[in-house]
Design a protein around this ligand. Structure first.
Ligand SMILES: [Fe+2]
Length: 285
């Protein structure tokens, strides 16, 4: 069978670069199938030096599944006029108003929108302006993290659910209409299996969402905190992590079901501007 794409792995943990695909063109079904196969295998895919209109970026993203609509801005308008699927991630302000979300802040390890009952299966970022340093994005292979978990922890967590906090965003900012949780056993957020199965590959991974305000059901809050501290000190080892340094024109696609990500802060006098699309997903099991 002919190869339609060239794949170069980026690390032993996860990630691969696809080197010969122009995402501005309409992709044939064989190319899309190979991209999907590579995505399943490597969890994170990088396409460098892309130059895309909003429509071309949305068209590429639609090859991967049904797209979620981005939240509206505080005035109830689309972030990118005419493109309800595009979310702006940026620190840029115009007339004193932020044009996008997350500013220049550090974003701790998280899974996108996992406080919803049906979190997106994947996310894709297109880098339109990037600072010369800072703002790197790290990825964590949650399948490896699960496989290597101490046996007693695996046993303790089997069949348990964890709450994914809805009160704060990944930059630690309070979401609209939320208050700081007084009691993690009662605060808002969806419960999901803490060990989830990838619906396409059947592989298991840890599904944690994020650390702050998480809670493992059926334990007291202090027991849950103790377990979570043990889990997090295991998963955040460098052996599970790969970090991406952005260049303008990068398109980075990740599987939200078996990878977590984080972002370094960056100097706020520098401009960073990206468009994100999200591929919708089902209830984790
Ligand atoms: Fe994110």
């Amino acid at each position: 069978m002919a190869n339609f794409i060239d794949i170069a792995p980026l690390s032993k943990r996860l990630g691969a670069e696809i080197t010969n695909v122009d995402l501005s063109s309409e992709l044939d079904s064989e190319t899309v199938d190979e991209i999907k196969k590579a995505w399943k295998k490597y969890i994170v895919l990088l396409f460098r030096s892309q130059s895309l209109t909003n429509q071309q970026y949305v068209n590429f993203s639609k090859n991967l599944g049904v797209l979620d609509e981005a939240p509206l801005d505080k005035d109830g308008k689309m972030m990118v006029d005419g493109f309800p699927e595009l979310l702006i991630v940026s620190n840029i302000e115009e007339n004193g108003t932020a044009v996008g979300s997350l500013g220049n802040l550090e974003c701790e390890w998280h899974t996108d929108m996992s406080y919803n009952p049906k979190p997106p299966m994947g996310s894709c970022l297109y880098a339109i302006e990037v600072p010369d340093e800072g703002g790197n994005t790290g990825f964590l292979n949650m399948e490896r993290a699960y496989e290597t978990l101490p046996a007693d922890l695996k046993e303790t967590l089997a069949g348990k659910r964890i709450k994914h906090d809805a009160t704060h965003n990944s930059a630690g900012q309070m979401r609209q209409g939320m208050t700081k949780p007084e009691d993690v056993t009662k605060s808002p957020g969806a419960y999901h299996p803490i060990i989830r199965t990838h619906p396409e590959t059947g592989r298991k991974s840890l599904f944690l969402g994020r650390r702050p305000n998480a809670y493992i059901e059926s334990f007291s809050s202090s027991e849950s905190e103790f377990l979570l501290d043990r889990i997090w000190s295991h998963i955040t080892q460098s052996q599970f992590i790969w970090e991406h340094k952005w260049r303008k024109g990068d398109v980075l696609l990740w599987d939200n079901r078996n990878a977590m990500h984080r972002r370094d802060p960056f100097d706020n006098i520098k401009r960073r501007y990206m468009h994100r699309t999200q591929i919708s997903g089902d209830s984790p099991f």
